[in-house]
Write a protein that binds this ligand. Structure first.
Ligand SMILES: NC(=O)c1ccc[n+]([C@@H]2O[C@H](COP(=O)([O-])OP(=O)(O)OC[C@H]3O[C@@H](n4cnc5c(N)ncnc54)[C@H](O)[C@@H]3O)[C@@H](O)[C@H]2O)c1
Length: 361
């Protein structure tokens, strides 16, 4: 991935600030770094854009003044503004949540913003995605979230999204690889195009997202070795046990856990943890409850649930499969993500969030 000078500079500023403040006994939490206002007095000036010089000048300032500078001026690049980290369990973290224009992703983005993260809403759907980012800014303050157009099956769009993330906030600490699609169907009726779409988004898309974020995460590790980062894939209970007449989805989700375990082994030297969360069904979300295309409507029309005469009958059938007798919510999934983030002694796991419907052996 080609990384611009401005991207490298922002990362150097952000992680040097985190490292030096931690050395003074502050919580290890990086500030955000964005393009500064035109003009104004910069508190740190660097005569050239080399990362070593920027880091040295910043370290010098922080040790002398025992606080963060407000801005850094880099010759030939301009002014970078430094904003202290937000409070909260995810304060200091920049999180990209793919597929967060609706459904689980939207809810996860909201919960993570409430926990202090700066959020990049990365989705194909610009109209809904921009609205989600605007809602998050209304709820959590100006600049708490940005929308970034991204297609998880397209490497170029993902690289642009990573650049835009660093341009907005100065780094990238948590990838929630949530974007996913479902095309159910039995062996004889599944057409190849549907199989390819599901596999490309759910399986290959997870690889492409990981490939796009890792160079930034590794660079952050180089500059601040104690900082932990997370890649969390939103998998499914269908990644833990087979799903009848839904093999394209289940196969890709099983494969995702293979990627998680393998990425985890490769990235452990860089303090990048990689885990999957495996939710049960989100009955209130659009996938199930959309009045026209939702699975409740589809399953009623297809007679998939024997004896079901109403949408409520179909719903009750699926609820009865869950020992806790309710569906999975974005909050349930976020609680699992927050656990994986806090836990610094675990990686490569697939954590069920299914109300007891799937139990690990
Ligand atoms: N809904 C459930 O019951 C359920 C259960 C278990 C796991 N999951 C998983 O949770 C994740 C989210 O599912 P959901 O039900 O919220 O889905 P959803 O259909 O409600 O939302 C998916 C979002 O992903 C976006 N998207 C789709 N393809 C994309 C692409 N190529 N690039 C970028 N964005 C893309 C869509 O625009 C949409 O905003 C998926 O990975 C899914 O497999 C869902």
């Amino acid at each position: 991935m080609k990384v611009s000078d401005a991207t490298r500079t922002r990362i150097a500023i952000r992680m040097t600030c985190a490292r030096e403040m931690a050395a003074l006994g502050e919580r290890l939490a990086p500030p955000s770094v964005s393009a500064g206002p035109a003009g104004g007095d910069a508190e740190v000036r660097c005569e050239d854009g080399s990362e070593g010089l920027i880091a040295a000048a910043l370290a010098d300032f922080i040790r002398k003044h025992r606080c963060l500078p407000r801005s850094v001026s880099v010759e030939g690049q301009g002014l970078y503004a430094i904003t202290p980290p937000r409070d909260g369990r995810l304060g200091g973290c920049v999180a990209v949540v793919t597929g967060s224009a609706q459904g689980f992703g939207k809810g996860i983005a909201g919960e993570m913003a409430a926990a202090g993260a700066l959020i990049v809403v990365a989705d194909l759907n610009a109209e809904l995605g921009e609205a989600v980012a605007a809602e998050l800014c209304d709820a959590h303050g100006k600049g708490a979230a940005v929308f970034c157009s991204a297609n998880v099956t397209d490497r170029t769009s993902l690289e642009a999204c990573v650049e835009a993330t660093v341009a907005a906030f100065g780094g990238l600490d948590i990838l929630v690889a949530n974007a996913g699609v479902l095309k159910a169907g039995g062996i004889e009726e599944m057409d190849e195009a549907a199989f390819d779409l599901v596999t490309n988004v759910n399986y290959k898309g997870y690889f492409l997202c990981t490939q796009a974020v890792v160079p930034v995460m590794k660079r952050q590790h180089d500059l601040c070795a104690d900082w932990f980062m997370d890649i969390v894939q939103v998998n499914s209970k269908s990644g833990l046990e087979g799903s009848r007449r839904n093999f394209a989805y289940a196969g890709g989700k099983f494969g995702g856990i293979g990627l998680t375990q393998s990425f985890a082994l490769e990235l452990v030297p860089f303090n990048i943890k990689v885990n999957s969360v495996c939710p049960g069904n989100f009955f209130e979300g659009p996938l199930w409850s959309d009045p026209e295309r939702g699975l409740f409507v589809q399953y009623l029309q297809a007679g998939k649930v024997p004896g079901a005469k109403t949408l409520e009958d179909v719903r009750e059938h699926y609820l009865a499969l869950v020992p806790m007798h309710r569906g999975c919510s974005p909050r349930d999934v976020t609680v699992a993500i927050l656990y994986l983030h806090d836990q610094q002694y675990e990686t490569g796991q697939a954590l069920p969030v299914t109300g007891g419907q799937v139990m690990l052996n």
